[in-house]
Structures are given as structure tokens and as C-alpha cells.
Design a binder for this molecule. Structure first.
Ligand SMILES: C[S@@+](CC[C@H](N)C(=O)[O-])C[C@H]1O[C@@H](n2cnc3c(N)ncnc32)[C@H](O)[C@@H]1O
Length: 278
């Protein structure tokens, strides 16, 4: 695991409050990578990532699902609509909570979804509350990932599944250059640490889960950053960022770093599905 001790929780919250509208402009309703099969659009690739994870997690009709780090509610709304899942979304950002709740109402799934603004590391649920725990690109922002997984498993019913997509430190990050690349991504994208694939497997199994899938999707997702870089330049975002603050300038600057980190192997993109034994 590579850590960046300067990241603060209040800065993560501030970042998502401030930039959710810009994420929407840049990426649409899902704040996550696309998963490409061929030459489909970015939006189609993002939906493909959501649908592929839903299929691996075996999301079933009417299941109770917790979406940790729900963003604008992209996954929550899709799963409530497609599977009639009963979804609870948690986000650290009050702006995102309101955005997700309004979008769910407009999509006709207001009754099947609820969104709460809380820190996923502090929130409490009754034991055995959920059939699925779902998290796309949020665990990177958590400070004590092993403790989070232990708590999350207690919220899961026996037989339930945890499904995670996450930015990862590469498997062999040893050179000073690779370590610096991962550190720069952590700093620029407000991640207190990035675990490796082996770290995630250890945290999930130590929490009492049995692994079903451990997948490396790096080569199928890295195109996301080419597209983001080009859209960012076209929309004049670097200019706007300079009017906002230094953190936002750094965030945009690091788009190039993450792309490089994927291509050198300093970073990977992973998908993990594990179940709680009956
Ligand atoms: C990269 S976005 C992903 C959003 C969403 N999962 C998606 O795929 O569209 C990261 C999300 O994690 C949330 N987040 C970060 N730290 C959090 C925390 N400690 N508790 C709850 N949510 C958190 C952010 O507010 C944001 O919604």
C-alpha cells in the first residue's frame, strides 16, 4: 500500500461539493472509469462497467443494496431501475446527496432509493441489513480500509456479496519513480492510500469473506484518461481551475500522471467480488 499522509477528510468532502457539477460536465452521471469492449462511447463504456459489476455481483431483483460512495447516484439509480433493487446510497458530500435524491425522483425510483450524507467510515447499520455492498471508486478515499471492510461485512446478510472497483497500486511498486507516481495520484485525487490487489484480497478475506473474483481491468479502462484530458482542454477547465484553488489545479494536472502510472504498471484498476459464507 502506498500512503499520502497529507490528505484530509474535509478536503475530500470539499472537493466533491465543489466539483460534482464539473464531473457531470466531464463524465456524465457516473463518476467512474469506462470499461471498453471495442470502440463504444465513453458513456456506453461507463454503463458497461456498472453492468459488468452487477453481473459479477449477481445483483438480483428486489435485493437490498448499499452503494458506498454513491456520487450522483449513477449506479444506485441504474440498479433500482433495472433490478428493482432497494438501494441505500452513502456519500460524504451533501451536494451529491441532494443531486442523487433529485435524480432518483426524476428517474421514477425515488421510492426504491434513499441517499444519506455520512462518512462511510463512521456510518452505522444494523447487522445483516444488506444482500449486496457495492462500491465503485470510493474505497481509495477511506483512511482505514481493513476496518471499513470488517464493519461492512457485519452489515451483510449471510450469503451476501461485496463488490468493489478500485484504483490500485501496482503489484511491484519498488522504484522511486513508481512510488512517486502513485504518491502523486494519491495527492492529486485526495486518496489517503492506494492498496494493491493483494492488499484488497487480504482485507476482504481477513474480514471473513470468500473471494469469487479478482480481476485486472487496467487495459480496458485506461482510455478514460485520454478522453478526460481532451475534454478538459476543450472545455477550458484548467483556466477555470486557476480561478478556484490550487488543489483543483493539481487535480487536473494529475490526469497525465494517472495515465502514465497505468501504462508503466505503477497503478492498476481492479474489480473484486467476495461473499459472506452462509
Ligand atoms: C470517484 S467518486 C465515485 C462515485 C460513484 N461510486 C460512481 O461510480 O459514480 C467517489 C465517491 O466517494 C465518495 N466518498 C469519498 N469518501 C467518502 C467517505 N468517507 N464516505 C462516504 N463517501 C465517500 C465521494 O463523495 C464520491 O461520491
Amino acid at each position: 500500500m502506498i500512503s499520502c499522509p497529507t490528505v484530509e477528510k474535509k478536503v475530500i468532502r470539499y472537493h466533491y461539493n465543489l466539483t460534482t457539477f464539473f464531473y457531470w460536465l466531464l463524465w456524465g452521471k457516473h463518476i467512474h472509469h469506462g470499461l471498453w469492449e471495442g470502440n463504444e462511447s465513453c458513456a456506453a463504456a461507463q454503463l458497461n462497467l456498472t453492468e459488468t459489476l452487477a453481473s459479477l455481483a449477481q445483483v438480483t431483483p428486489d435485493c437490498r443494496l448499499l452503494d458506498v460512495g454513491c456520487g450522483m447516484g449513477g449506479s444506485s439509480i441504474h440498479l433500482a431501475r433495472k433490478f428493482k433493487a432497494d438501494v441505500t446510497g452513502v456519500t460524504i458530500s451533501p451536494v451529491q446527496r441532494r443531486w442523487a435524491a433529485t435524480s432518483a425522483m426524476m428517474a421514477g425510483v425515488g421510492g426504491r432509493t434513499q441517499f444519506i450524507c455520512q462518512d462511510a467510515e463512521q456510518v452505522e447499520f444494523e447487522p445483516d441489513s444488506f444482500d449486496r455492498i457495492w462500491s465503485i471508486e470510493c474505497t481509495e478515499h477511506l483512511f482505514d480500509k481493513p476496518a471499513f471492510f470488517k464493519k461492512a461485512v457485519s452489515w451483510l446478510k449471510p450469503g451476501g456479496r461485496v463488490s468493489i472497483c478500485a484504483w490500485l497500486a501496482g503489484d511491484h511498486v519498488e522504484s522511486a519513480e513508481d512510488i512517486q507516481q502513485v504518491y502523486d495520484v494519491c495527492e492529486g485525487f485526495f486518496c489517503p492510500s492506494l492498496g494493491s490487489s493483494a492488499d484488497y484480497v487480504e482485507w476482504l478475506t481477513d474480514a471473513g469473506l470468500e473471494m469469487e473474483h479478482e480481476l485486472d481491468w487496467t487495459e480496458r479502462v485506461d482510455r478514460t484518461w485520454e478522453i478526460c484530458k481532451s475534454r478538459m482542454q476543450k472545455t477550458g477547465m484548467p483556466w477555470l481551475a486557476r480561478m478556484i484553488d490550487q488543489d483543483t489545479v493539481m487535480f487536473l494536472d494529475r490526469f497525465e500522471t494517472i495515465l502514465k502510472a497505468y501504462r508503466t504498471g505503477a497503478m492498476k484498476y481492479g474489480c473484486f467480488v467476495a461473499h459472506k459464507p452462509e
